[in-house]
Design a protein. Structure first.
Length: 206
């Protein structure tokens, strides 16, 4: 079956669920697609790299945010937690190609099949999801400064991408910029003047 804004058709994924550049949530307390069929799936175990402590941290933060951008969703492990807990829209940004320097290791799967299909199977039923299948910097260009409450960054961890992500997204968050894998990214962040605070479990906040 195909949902109101897209989904599977004859094995092919249509991209109609991706909203065009409308993204300014400042005046929209809750942006949900009321036409999307009610999700029937409950929370599930999704492969990814965030531990329970970090997911709990994310859940608590998400409850207090009216809109969230996640950069780096993979199969939807952290996305699911954000979607379950945020009363407003969660924009999931990922090109689903795997991180540049992990395509022969941890993200090799992304070179063998379309990870987006697994992401969509896992979390595509949430009414408050807007999937943005594109690069992080491209996605950021659709948002105005201060237009989302929280930006959670868990994309590519090499220096070039860490710095590009911070430069692209910091001004877009109104309340909180945070992310995962502090140890891997704090040097690159420091180089461009951002001191990230350790909030436990690999979580960082700006
Ligand atoms: C560490 S994984 C995300 C893990 C996920 N948050 C979880 O809980 O399992 C990093 C993701 O970022 C995506 N990614 C890497 N660089 C990107 C970029 N420049 N633009 C968009 N997505 C990117 C990869 O495709 C990958 O899915």
């Amino acid at each position: 079956m195909e949902g109101a804004r897209g989904g599977m058709r004859g094995g092919e994924v249509t991209m109609r669920h991706i909203k065009p550049p409308i993204v300014d949530t400042r005046d929209l307390p809750v942006l949900v697609d009321e036409n999307k069929p009610e999700g029937k799936k409950s929370m599930r175990e999704i492969q990814g790299w965030m531990g329970q402590e970090s997911l709990k941290w994310l859940a608590n933060k998400a409850k207090t945010m009216r809109s969230i951008v996640e950069v780096g969703s993979w199969k939807g492990r952290s996305t699911q937690t954000l979607l379950e807990n945020c009363p407003g829209t969660v924009f999931a940004v990922d090109h689903f190609l795997g991180s540049e320097d992990e395509r022969t290791s941890t993200h090799k799967e992304a070179t063998e099949r379309d990870i987006f299909l697994e992401f969509w199977e896992n979390v595509g039923h949430y009414k408050n999801l807007v999937a943005m299948r594109m690069s992080s910097v491209k996605a950021a260009s659709f948002f105005r400064p201060g237009s989302v409450d929280m930006v959670f960054i868990d994309g590519c961890h090499n220096k070039e991408n860490v710095q590009a992500d911070l430069i692209a997204w910091v001004s877009i968050a109104k309340v909180l910029v945070c992310g995962h894998d502090l140890g891997q990214i704090q040097g690159a962040a420091k180089e461009i003047g951002y001191t990230l605070r350790d909030d436990g479990g690999g979580i960082w906040v700006l």
